[in-house]
Design a protein. Structure first.
Length: 225
Protein backbone atom coordinates (compact mmCIF):
# COMPACT_ATOMS: atom_id res chain seq x y z
CA UNK A 1 0.00 0.00 0.00
CA UNK A 2 1.32 3.43 -0.88
CA UNK A 3 2.23 6.16 1.60
CA UNK A 4 -0.65 8.28 0.30
CA UNK A 5 -3.16 5.50 0.90
CA UNK A 6 -1.91 5.05 4.44
CA UNK A 7 -2.14 8.78 5.04
CA UNK A 8 -5.69 9.03 3.76
CA UNK A 9 -6.84 6.09 5.81
CA UNK A 10 -5.10 7.20 8.97
CA UNK A 11 -6.25 10.81 8.86
CA UNK A 12 -9.80 9.73 8.04
CA UNK A 13 -9.81 7.16 10.83
CA UNK A 14 -8.69 9.82 13.29
CA UNK A 15 -11.12 12.47 12.07
CA UNK A 16 -14.09 10.08 12.16
CA UNK A 17 -13.02 8.33 15.37
CA UNK A 18 -15.83 7.64 17.84
CA UNK A 19 -13.89 9.02 20.81
CA UNK A 20 -13.20 12.27 18.97
CA UNK A 21 -16.87 12.60 18.10
CA UNK A 22 -17.80 11.92 21.74
CA UNK A 23 -15.62 14.86 22.78
CA UNK A 24 -17.14 17.17 20.16
CA UNK A 25 -20.66 16.14 21.23
CA UNK A 26 -19.78 16.78 24.86
CA UNK A 27 -18.56 20.28 24.00
CA UNK A 28 -21.90 21.05 22.35
CA UNK A 29 -23.74 19.75 25.40
CA UNK A 30 -21.50 21.78 27.70
CA UNK A 31 -22.43 25.01 25.92
CA UNK A 32 -26.08 24.09 26.19
CA UNK A 33 -25.91 23.12 29.87
CA UNK A 34 -23.87 26.09 31.02
CA UNK A 35 -25.98 28.90 29.60
CA UNK A 36 -24.68 32.22 30.93
CA UNK A 37 -22.18 31.69 33.71
CA UNK A 38 -21.18 34.01 36.50
CA UNK A 39 -17.70 35.54 36.34
CA UNK A 40 -16.43 33.34 39.18
CA UNK A 41 -17.52 30.29 37.17
CA UNK A 42 -15.98 31.46 33.92
CA UNK A 43 -12.64 32.20 35.56
CA UNK A 44 -12.44 28.54 36.62
CA UNK A 45 -12.65 27.50 32.97
CA UNK A 46 -10.12 30.09 31.87
CA UNK A 47 -7.66 29.13 34.61
CA UNK A 48 -7.80 25.42 33.82
CA UNK A 49 -7.43 26.01 30.07
CA UNK A 50 -4.28 28.02 30.71
CA UNK A 51 -2.32 24.93 31.79
CA UNK A 52 -2.48 22.89 28.53
CA UNK A 53 -2.19 26.12 26.52
CA UNK A 54 1.00 27.00 28.39
CA UNK A 55 2.50 23.52 27.93
CA UNK A 56 1.64 23.01 24.25
CA UNK A 57 4.74 24.76 22.80
CA UNK A 58 6.92 22.62 25.07
CA UNK A 59 5.10 19.53 23.81
CA UNK A 60 5.79 20.56 20.22
CA UNK A 61 9.46 21.26 20.96
CA UNK A 62 9.92 17.86 22.58
CA UNK A 63 8.11 16.16 19.71
CA UNK A 64 10.41 17.82 17.17
CA UNK A 65 13.40 16.45 19.05
CA UNK A 66 12.18 12.83 18.78
CA UNK A 67 10.77 13.01 15.24
CA UNK A 68 12.68 10.72 12.87
CA UNK A 69 13.01 12.92 9.79
CA UNK A 70 13.41 16.51 8.67
CA UNK A 71 10.04 16.56 6.91
CA UNK A 72 8.10 15.75 10.08
CA UNK A 73 10.22 18.17 12.10
CA UNK A 74 9.51 20.91 9.57
CA UNK A 75 5.73 20.55 9.71
CA UNK A 76 5.69 20.46 13.50
CA UNK A 77 8.00 23.46 13.56
CA UNK A 78 5.50 25.41 11.45
CA UNK A 79 2.84 24.88 14.12
CA UNK A 80 5.29 25.80 16.88
CA UNK A 81 6.33 28.97 15.01
CA UNK A 82 2.73 30.14 14.88
CA UNK A 83 2.04 29.17 18.49
CA UNK A 84 4.98 31.35 19.54
CA UNK A 85 3.96 34.37 17.51
CA UNK A 86 5.61 33.90 14.11
CA UNK A 87 8.80 35.59 15.31
CA UNK A 88 7.04 38.14 17.54
CA UNK A 89 6.70 36.98 21.17
CA UNK A 90 3.90 39.52 21.67
CA UNK A 91 1.80 37.52 19.21
CA UNK A 92 2.34 34.17 20.94
CA UNK A 93 -0.93 32.39 21.70
CA UNK A 94 -0.33 32.48 25.44
CA UNK A 95 0.29 36.24 25.34
CA UNK A 96 -2.85 36.86 23.29
CA UNK A 97 -4.82 34.62 25.65
CA UNK A 98 -3.73 36.65 28.67
CA UNK A 99 -4.49 39.91 26.87
CA UNK A 100 -7.96 38.60 25.99
CA UNK A 101 -8.46 37.69 29.65
CA UNK A 102 -7.44 41.16 30.79
CA UNK A 103 -9.73 42.83 28.25
CA UNK A 104 -12.56 40.71 29.63
CA UNK A 105 -12.05 42.18 33.08
CA UNK A 106 -10.22 39.24 34.65
CA UNK A 107 -6.73 39.38 36.16
CA UNK A 108 -3.62 37.54 35.04
CA UNK A 109 -3.19 35.91 38.44
CA UNK A 110 -6.72 34.50 38.34
CA UNK A 111 -5.79 32.54 35.24
CA UNK A 112 -2.02 31.99 35.06
CA UNK A 113 -1.77 31.12 38.75
CA UNK A 114 -4.87 28.93 39.00
CA UNK A 115 -4.35 25.63 40.80
CA UNK A 116 -4.83 22.80 38.27
CA UNK A 117 -7.60 20.31 38.92
CA UNK A 118 -6.55 16.66 38.99
CA UNK A 119 -7.94 16.05 35.48
CA UNK A 120 -6.02 19.09 34.23
CA UNK A 121 -2.83 17.75 35.76
CA UNK A 122 -3.36 14.36 34.11
CA UNK A 123 -3.98 16.05 30.76
CA UNK A 124 -0.70 17.97 30.82
CA UNK A 125 1.15 14.88 32.04
CA UNK A 126 -0.33 12.99 29.08
CA UNK A 127 1.14 15.50 26.66
CA UNK A 128 4.49 15.30 28.42
CA UNK A 129 4.59 11.51 28.27
CA UNK A 130 3.47 11.39 24.63
CA UNK A 131 6.16 13.82 23.54
CA UNK A 132 8.85 11.32 24.51
CA UNK A 133 7.95 9.08 21.57
CA UNK A 134 7.46 10.08 17.95
CA UNK A 135 4.36 8.01 17.16
CA UNK A 136 2.67 8.72 20.49
CA UNK A 137 3.34 12.40 19.99
CA UNK A 138 1.86 12.35 16.48
CA UNK A 139 -1.32 10.85 17.90
CA UNK A 140 -1.56 13.64 20.45
CA UNK A 141 -0.66 16.29 17.86
CA UNK A 142 -3.17 15.32 15.20
CA UNK A 143 -5.77 14.53 17.84
CA UNK A 144 -5.35 18.04 19.25
CA UNK A 145 -5.58 19.87 15.95
CA UNK A 146 -8.82 18.19 14.83
CA UNK A 147 -10.62 19.23 18.03
CA UNK A 148 -8.83 22.45 18.93
CA UNK A 149 -11.23 24.81 17.20
CA UNK A 150 -14.40 23.28 18.73
CA UNK A 151 -12.77 23.48 22.17
CA UNK A 152 -11.68 27.10 21.70
CA UNK A 153 -15.09 28.01 20.28
CA UNK A 154 -16.83 26.51 23.32
CA UNK A 155 -14.72 28.43 25.83
CA UNK A 156 -14.95 31.59 23.74
CA UNK A 157 -18.73 31.40 23.60
CA UNK A 158 -19.01 30.93 27.38
CA UNK A 159 -16.72 33.92 27.87
CA UNK A 160 -18.79 36.05 25.46
CA UNK A 161 -22.00 35.25 27.29
CA UNK A 162 -20.42 36.26 30.58
CA UNK A 163 -18.57 39.42 29.53
CA UNK A 164 -20.66 40.62 26.58
CA UNK A 165 -17.47 41.02 24.52
CA UNK A 166 -17.93 39.80 20.97
CA UNK A 167 -14.35 40.31 19.74
CA UNK A 168 -11.97 37.85 21.42
CA UNK A 169 -8.47 38.03 19.87
CA UNK A 170 -7.46 34.66 21.30
CA UNK A 171 -10.38 32.99 19.52
CA UNK A 172 -9.74 34.99 16.34
CA UNK A 173 -6.16 33.79 15.98
CA UNK A 174 -7.26 30.17 16.30
CA UNK A 175 -9.88 30.64 13.60
CA UNK A 176 -7.21 32.15 11.33
CA UNK A 177 -4.45 29.62 11.98
CA UNK A 178 -6.22 26.34 12.70
CA UNK A 179 -6.70 25.26 9.05
CA UNK A 180 -2.93 25.54 8.56
CA UNK A 181 -2.28 23.66 11.79
CA UNK A 182 -4.52 20.79 10.67
CA UNK A 183 -2.80 20.74 7.27
CA UNK A 184 0.63 20.60 8.92
CA UNK A 185 -0.52 17.84 11.27
CA UNK A 186 -1.84 15.87 8.29
CA UNK A 187 1.54 16.21 6.60
CA UNK A 188 3.19 14.48 9.56
CA UNK A 189 1.05 11.41 8.80
CA UNK A 190 2.28 11.06 5.22
CA UNK A 191 5.24 8.73 5.92
CA UNK A 192 4.34 5.10 5.24
CA UNK A 193 3.31 3.59 8.59
CA UNK A 194 2.67 -0.12 8.95
CA UNK A 195 -0.54 -1.32 10.61
CA UNK A 196 1.03 -1.58 14.07
CA UNK A 197 2.37 1.96 13.85
CA UNK A 198 -1.01 3.25 12.68
CA UNK A 199 -2.72 1.60 15.63
CA UNK A 200 -0.19 3.18 17.99
CA UNK A 201 -0.96 6.65 16.60
CA UNK A 202 -4.72 6.05 16.85
CA UNK A 203 -4.46 4.65 20.38
CA UNK A 204 -2.65 7.76 21.56
CA UNK A 205 -5.09 10.11 19.83
CA UNK A 206 -7.91 8.30 21.62
CA UNK A 207 -6.06 8.56 24.91
CA UNK A 208 -5.69 12.30 24.38
CA UNK A 209 -9.38 12.78 23.57
CA UNK A 210 -10.32 10.80 26.69
CA UNK A 211 -8.08 13.07 28.77
CA UNK A 212 -9.81 16.12 27.28
CA UNK A 213 -13.25 14.65 28.00
CA UNK A 214 -12.19 14.15 31.63
CA UNK A 215 -10.84 17.71 31.64
CA UNK A 216 -14.15 19.23 30.57
CA UNK A 217 -16.20 16.92 32.79
CA UNK A 218 -14.07 17.97 35.74
CA UNK A 219 -14.62 21.64 34.92
CA UNK A 220 -18.36 21.11 34.49
CA UNK A 221 -18.54 19.46 37.90
CA UNK A 222 -16.53 22.28 39.44
CA UNK A 223 -18.70 25.09 38.07
CA UNK A 224 -22.18 23.56 38.10
CA UNK A 225 -22.31 21.25 41.12
Amino acid sequence: MSATAFTTNLSELLTLNEVRNTLVSYLKQLKSDCGTLRREQVVIILGQWYHPLHYFPTFLSRLISVSPNVETQTFISRILWEELGEGDPRAAHEKIYIETILEGGFTRSQVAEAEPLEATRRLVEGYEQASGDGLSGLGFLYGTEVVDLPMVATIGELMRRCTGKRNLPWVNIHVAQEPGHVESAEETLKPSFDMQEQQHVIKNAERMWELWIDFFKSIRKEILN
